[in-house]
Design a protein around this ligand. Structure first.
Ligand SMILES: C[S@@+](CC[C@H](N)C(=O)[O-])C[C@H]1O[C@@H](n2cnc3c(N)ncnc32)[C@H](O)[C@@H]1O
Length: 202
């Protein structure tokens, strides 16, 4: 269902493009490639888009069936079954994380721990891009939503930004996008980063 949707979503492509550019320039400054994890990658179309934008992206999903589909359709790319709430990766292993409509399935009370895990995985300066369905205006708390496949929550962008701040992230851009002809709900895309330590002059 989701595989072709980026082609008709220029605003989403714009934010993914900015994310990729930031990751690439950081990797160039460090003189080393930066790995990017697409967490909750589903069929892998965002992973493939990031790869086309020149970043070393790989996909992770809880569902072995999704990973089988992603491997079948994009045989040149790396996809692994895993739970983004606790990945077997060293701290600071990643230069970027994308979680595209996947945090919606994490029970709200576990989202703070999820963001703490994202902060652990990212190297200082690492970039985080989140896409999710936004809550209705004026709703300040996660809003339960009867998703097609499994229950999910729509989030007020400000509530996500507050939780990211508590996990040590700094939000740098936010997009609130109205539904297009194929959607019923507004979407939010948030760009944040894990600050790099600044040198203190002696
Ligand atoms: C709505 S789909 C979005 C898929 C893809 N990111 C996209 O935009 O097309 C949500 C995906 O997140 C995955 N997911 C949910 N919770 C997860 C978790 N804790 N760890 C890894 N994947 C998860 C689901 O299996 C599902 O494939």
């Amino acid at each position: 269902m989701f595989s072709g949707e980026l082609a008709r979503r220029p605003l989403d492509r714009a934010l993914l493009g900015a994310f990729a550019e930031l990751v690439r320039s950081q990797a160039a400054a460090a003189g080393a490639p930066a790995a990017v994890a697409d967490l909750g990658c589903g069929p892998g179309h965002i992973t493939a888009h990031l790869h086309d934008l020149g970043v070393e992206a790989f996909g992770v999903d809880l569902s072995p069936q999704m990973i089988a589909l992603a491997r079948r359709d994009r045989p040149g790319l790396r996809f692994e079954v895993g739970n983004m709430q606790g990945l077997a990766l060293a701290g600071g292993a990643l230069g970027g994380i994308v979680a595209w409509y996947s945090i919606i399935h994490t029970p709200p009370e576990r989202v703070p721990a999820l963001f703490a895990e994202f902060a652990r995985l990212l190297a200082p300066g690492g970039q985080l891009l989140l896409g999710f369905q936004a809550a209705d205006p004026g709703v300040g708390v996660p809003q339960w939503h009867p998703h097609l496949v499994t229950p999910s929550h729509r989030w007020p962008p400000e509530a996500i930004i507050a939780l990211l701040g508590r996990a040590g992230f700094v939000a740098s851009a936010r997009l609130l996008r109205d539904p297009d002809a194929t959607e019923r709900l507004p979407s939010a895309v948030l760009l944040a980063h894990r600050p790099a330590p600044t040198a203190v002059p002696t």
